[in-house]
Design a protein. Structure first.
Lengths: 239, 313
C-alpha cells in the first residue's frame, strides 16, 4: 500500500513537472506570436549592426522545402540582415540556388561580391551556399595547397617546411580554394538535433549558436527573439 | 528538468541525493528556441539496479574510499544510448565568485570540486571519455595573479587526485600548447599521464592552453612533417589523415557525442572545432561550480531524446 502511494506520488510529481514545462513551451509560443504582431516594444527595434554575418544550418531533409527557405530569407531581408550563409550537409541548398535567387529580388551570390562581404552597402542581400565539402574537405584542400606551394618554392631541396603553416596562412589558403566567407556572428540551426551538422569548423570559433527547432515550425517571432538575444550578448573572448 | 517516462520504477525513490548548496539558477537556455516536445513517454519498464549510494561532501577527492566512487544510475535515464564521449566547457567560475563577493580564485576552487563530481559521475555511469576545457589560449590575457593561481590549482589538483585516478582506473591526458605552461606543471602532467596510461575505465582529457584552430594547424604541421619524411604522399592526405594528427588522437573516441557548456553562453569558444561536427550541443544556464548531478542528468536526458542521424535518414 505504501509503495503504491509512493508510486502515485512519483507519477503526480512528474505530471506536475511535465505541465510546468508545457506551460513554458506555450509561453514561448505566445511570446513568438506577440513578437510577430508587434505587441512587445523591445523587439521592435533591433541593433542589426552587431549582426554582420548570419549563418543558417538546415537539416538536409528539410532543405528541400525551398519555399520555407525563401520565406526565411525574405524575413531576414526585411529585418535588415543582408549577409547570410546557408548550410546543409548534403548540398541540397546549393542545388536549389537558382530557385532561391529566382524568388529573391535583390540577392547576389557571394562570388559576385568583390569587397569584404561585411562592409558592403546593404542594398542587396549576399548569399553564400555551403555544404560539408566546404568544411573539413576544404581544410584538406587548403592544407594541400600550402604544401604544394611550399614544395614549389623549395625548388632545389624539394623539402616542405611544416612550421610555415599558421592560422593566417590557412585563412588565405581557404580563400584560394573557394571558401571566402567570414566567421558568422550568429548561427541558427533548423533541425531536430542540436548540432551544427558539420558547418565549417574553422569559421565558428566565437559564433553564437542557437537551435531553432525544425524548419516545419518556422516562426517570425522566434527569429526576431533569437536575433534580439544575440544583440544583447557580451563576449569576453577569454578575458 | 525531468523527462516524463511512465511507468517509473520506485526502487530508488527512498534514496535521497545529497543536498546541493547553491543551485537556484539552472535553466535550459535553449528551451524556448525550439518548439517541439523534449519529453518522451516511453512505456518501457526500466528496472535499473541500484549499484551503490555515494554520499559525497564538497571538498572530498573523487573517491575517498573504494565504495564512494560509485553513483547510482539515475532512473530518469535509459541505459542506452549514453554518450561515449562528453565534452564540457566549464564556464562561469568568475561570475559564481563575483555573485558571492569572493575572489575569482574561490570560483576556480569551487569549479575544481564540480569537476571532481563530474569525473565521479562519468566513471560511475560508463561514459568512456570526458574532455574538459580548463584553460584557453585566449585566457592568457587574464591578470597574471589569476593565471598563476590557475596553473597552481591545476598542479595541486592533479597531484592530489593521482592516487585516486590510479585506484579507480581513470586515465588522465592533457592536450594544448604546453610551451607556455610552468615547467613544474609540465612535469606533473607527464608524471600523471605516465602513471595512468594503462587505465581504461574513464579517460579524462584536460584541455589546457588549448585552441581548436591551433589544434588544426599543428595537425597540418604534423602531416607536413610526415610528407617531408617520406611517410606520406601528398595524394594520400585527406580528412582522416588530419584527424589522426589532432590532439584528441590520444583517445579511441576523439569526437564528442555531447558538448555541455555552462553559464548560459551559446558558443564553443574555439574548443574542439574540428571534432564537434556532429556533437549534440547542450547549453546550460547554471554556472560551472553549480553544475552537479541533476544538471548532468538533464543534459544526458536531453541527449537521449534527440534523433541523431549523422546526415543519413
Amino acid at each position: 500500500m505504501g509503495n503504491v502511494g509512493l508510486q502515485l506520488l512519483w507519477y503526480f510529481l512528474h505530471i506536475l513537472l511535465s505541465i510546468w514545462h508545457s506551460i513554458l513551451a506555450i509561453r514561448c509560443f505566445i511570446e513568438s506570436c506577440f513578437i510577430t504582431c508587434g505587441v512587445l516594444e523591445k523587439y521592435k527595434s533591433l541593433n542589426i549592426a552587431k549582426l554582420r554575418y548570419l549563418a543558417i544550418v538546415i537539416e538536409s531533409e528539410d532543405a528541400h522545402q525551398t519555399s520555407k527557405v525563401v520565406k526565411l530569407l525574405q524575413w531576414l531581408d526585411s529585418i535588415g540582415v543582408k549577409n547570410v550563409c546557408l548550410y546543409d550537409m548534403n548540398g541540397v541548398l546549393k542545388k536549389s540556388k537558382e530557385a532561391i535567387f529566382g524568388k529573391l529580388k535583390n540577392a547576389k551570390p557571394i562570388e559576385e561580391v568583390n569587397e569584404a562581404v561585411t562592409l558592403h552597402v546593404p542594398e542587396h542581400m549576399t548569399l553564400e551556399f555551403v555544404s560539408y565539402a566546404d568544411g573539413k574537405e576544404a581544410m584538406v584542400k587548403a592544407a594541400n595547397f600550402i604544401f604544394v606551394e611550399n614544395l614549389k618554392r623549395q625548388n632545389f631541396g624539394g623539402e616542405i617546411d611544416g612550421q610555415v603553416i599558421s592560422e593566417p596562412l590557412l585563412n588565405e589558403a581557404l580563400k584560394v580554394v573557394g571558401c571566402k566567407g567570414p566567421e558568422p556572428d550568429l548561427l541558427l540551426v533548423y533541425g531536430p538535433v542540436r548540432s551544427h551538422l558539420g558547418f565549417p569548423a574553422w569559421r565558428i570559433r566565437y559564433t553564437e549558436i542557437v537551435h531553432m527547432g525544425s524548419l516545419n515550425f518556422l516562426r517570425y517571432g522566434s527569429l526576431i527573439k533569437a536575433i534580439y538575444d544575440f544583440t544583447k550578448v557580451h563576449q569576453n573572448y577569454g578575458t | 528538468m525531468f523527462s516524463l517516462r511512465l511507468p517509473i520504477p520506485i526502487e530508488n525513490t527512498l534514496i535521497t541525493p545529497p543536498p546541493k548548496s547553491n543551485n537556484n539558477n539552472t535553466y535550459n537556455s535553449s528551451l524556448c528556441a525550439h518548439s517541439y516536445s523534449s519529453y518522451s513517454h516511453s512505456q518501457t519498464n526500466r528496472f535499473l539496479t541500484v549499484r551503490n549510494v555515494a554520499l559525497q561532501k564538497n571538498g572530498n577527492s573523487v573517491g575517498d574510499s573504494k565504495d564512494t566512487m560509485m553513483q547510482p544510475f539515475p532512473e530518469e535515464l535509459n541505459a542506452e544510448p549514453l554518450p561515449r564521449h562528453v565534452a564540457v566547457i566549464m564556464d562561469g567560475n568568475g561570475r559564481w565568485a563575483k555573485m558571492r563577493n569572493l575572489m575569482p580564485s574561490a570560483g576556480h576552487q569551487a569549479g575544481a570540486e564540480a569537476l571532481k563530481e563530474m569525473v565521479r559521475l562519468c566513471a560511475s555511469w560508463g561514459i568512456k571519455v570526458l574532455t574538459v576545457f580548463a584553460f584557453s589560449t585566449d585566457n592568457w590575457v587574464r591578470p597574471k595573479v589569476e593565471v598563476d593561481f590557475l596553473m597552481s590549482l591545476f598542479e595541486k589538483t592533479i597531484n592530489s587526485e593521482i592516487d585516486v585516478f590510479i585506484r579507480e582506473g581513470i586515465r588522465i591526458s592533457v592536450i594544448g600548447d604546453a610551451s607556455k605552461l610552468p615547467s613544474s606543471l609540465i612535469r606533473m602532467i607527464k608524471y600523471a599521464e605516465e602513471r595512468t596510461k594503462e587505465n581504461s575505465r574513464l579517460q579524462l582529457i584536460v584541455a589546457v592552453s588549448y585552441s581548436g584552430k591551433y589544434d588544426v594547424v599543428q595537425a597540418c604541421r604534423s602531416v607536413a612533417k610526415k610528407v617531408k619524411d617520406g611517410i606520406l604522399d601528398l595524394e594520400e592526405i585527406n580528412e582522416g589523415i588530419i584527424e589522426q594528427e589532432l590532439e584528441t588522437n590520444c583517445t579511441e573516441f576523439p569526437n564528442p557525442d555531447l558538448l555541455i557548456r555552462t553559464s548560459g553562453e551559446l558558443r564553443v569558444s574555439n574548443f574542439l572545432l574540428w571534432q564537434l561536427a556532429y556533437t549534440e550541443l547542450y547549453f546550460d544556464g547554471a554556472l560551472w561550480p553549480d553544475f552537479g548531478k541533476e544538471e548532468f542528468v538533464e543534459a544526458l536526458s536531453s541527449f537521449q531524446q534527440r534523433k541523431r542521424r549523422f546526415g543519413g535518414r
